[in-house]
Design a protein around this ligand. Structure first.
Ligand SMILES: [Fe+2]
Length: 177
């Protein structure tokens, strides 16, 4: 399947205690008012320091969706500066090839996410398998990728985007396939 993960559950739960420290740390990182690329690295540092376990999502959320990857909004900052989502990929599920409207930080909580990287001509420029604990940050331009769960276990990751995803609907700027 090739649909991109959508923020299907846009109702935002109250800030989960397990995310309180992370939310505060992300606010401080954003307050540095650095470039998008630098902000992504600053936020990635904080996600490494405050990475929750997969139980940040409920058992029902962790089951995922048989038809597509699914995202659950865990926090949306009221001033629109960032939001935090949990994404669930069942085995074989994939995003389309896409880039992003803002900086993004991803931390893997369970399973392995295979990431394919592309240049602006859609030539493959790399691939990597991101295991639990792996955190990466990136920002446009030069951020074209696809994420697939190539393992036999459901993969779960935490995504932090530099916008309120409940307002814009998707982090993808453009699809290339
Ligand atoms: Fe992405």
């Amino acid at each position: 399947m090739t649909t991109a993960p959508a923020a299907r559950q846009l109702a935002i739960s109250a800030v989960r205690p397990a995310l309180t420290d992370l939310v505060s740390a992300v606010r401080r990182a954003i307050d540095a008012r650095a470039s998008w690329a630098h902000t992504a690295q600053l936020v990635a540092d904080q996600l490494r320091a405050h990475l929750p376990g997969p139980d940040i999502l409920t058992p029902d959320q962790r089951r995922g969706d048989p038809d597509r990857p699914v995202g659950h909004v865990l926090h949306a900052e009221t001033d629109g500066t960032f939001s935090i989502l949990g994404l669930i990929w069942r085995p074989g599920q994939s995003t389309r090839i896409h880039d992003h409207i803002t900086w993004c930080v991803v931390g893997v909580l369970q399973g392995v996410e295979h990431e394919d990287l592309y240049d602006s001509q859609l030539n493959s420029i790399g691939a990597r398998d991101n295991p639990p604990g792996e955190v990466s940050g990136f920002a446009p331009p030069g951020d074209i990728h696809r994420i697939r769960n190539t393992s036999l276990r459901t993969a779960i990751s935490l995504h932090i985007y530099g916008t309120d995803i409940t307002r814009v609907g998707s982090s993808a700027r453009r699809y290339y396939d």
